[in-house]
Design a protein around this ligand. Structure first.
Ligand code: FES
Length: 111
C-alpha cells in the first residue's frame, strides 16, 4: 500500500489515504472528490489532471513520456515536478507519495 497525500496550494492536507498498487492517481483523487477534472479520461489530451509532485518523491516515479511532457506545457501553474495524474499508477515499492494540487487548472469544461 502507498500512503498518498494531496496538499492544497496553501499546504494544508486535502486528502491522506492508503491505496493499493495499480491504483491510478487520477482515479484515487476523483473517488475522494478532489478537483481534478480529468476531462479526457487519461488520453493525455487535456492536462486538467495536473498535479505537482513533492520534490522528494519526484524521482521515485517512472519518467513522464514525451507526450505527457508536451501536455504539461499547457498546464496552468506547471513547475519542474509537474505530472499528469492520469499517467501515474501506484507501484508496490512506493511507500508514500505527496502531491500538491495546483493553484488553478486549465478548465476544459467551461465550469
Ligand atoms: Fe486529460 Fe490527464 S485526464 S491529460
Amino acid at each position: 500500500m502507498t500512503m498518498v497525500t494531496f496538499l492544497h496550494p496553501d499546504g494544508t492536507t486535502a486528502l491522506a489515504v492508503e491505496a493499493p498498487p495499480g491504483t491510478r492517481l487520477l482515479d484515487l483523487a476523483q473517488a475522494h472528490g478532489l478537483p481534478l477534472e480529468g476531462t479526457c479520461e487519461g488520453a493525455m489530451a487535456c492536462s486538467t489532471c495536473h498535479v505537482l509532485v513533492a520534490q522528494a518523491d519526484f524521482a521515485k516515479l517512472p519518467k513522464a513520456s514525451v507526450h505527457e511532457e508536451d501536455m504539461l506545457d499547457f498546464a496552468a501553474h506547471a513547475g519542474p515536478t509537474s505530472r499528469l495524474a492520469c499517467q501515474i499508477w501506484l507501484q508496490a515499492e512506493l511507500e508514500s507519495l505527496t502531491l500538491h494540487l495546483p493553484a488553478g487548472h486549465t478548465n476544459m469544461q467551461g465550469r
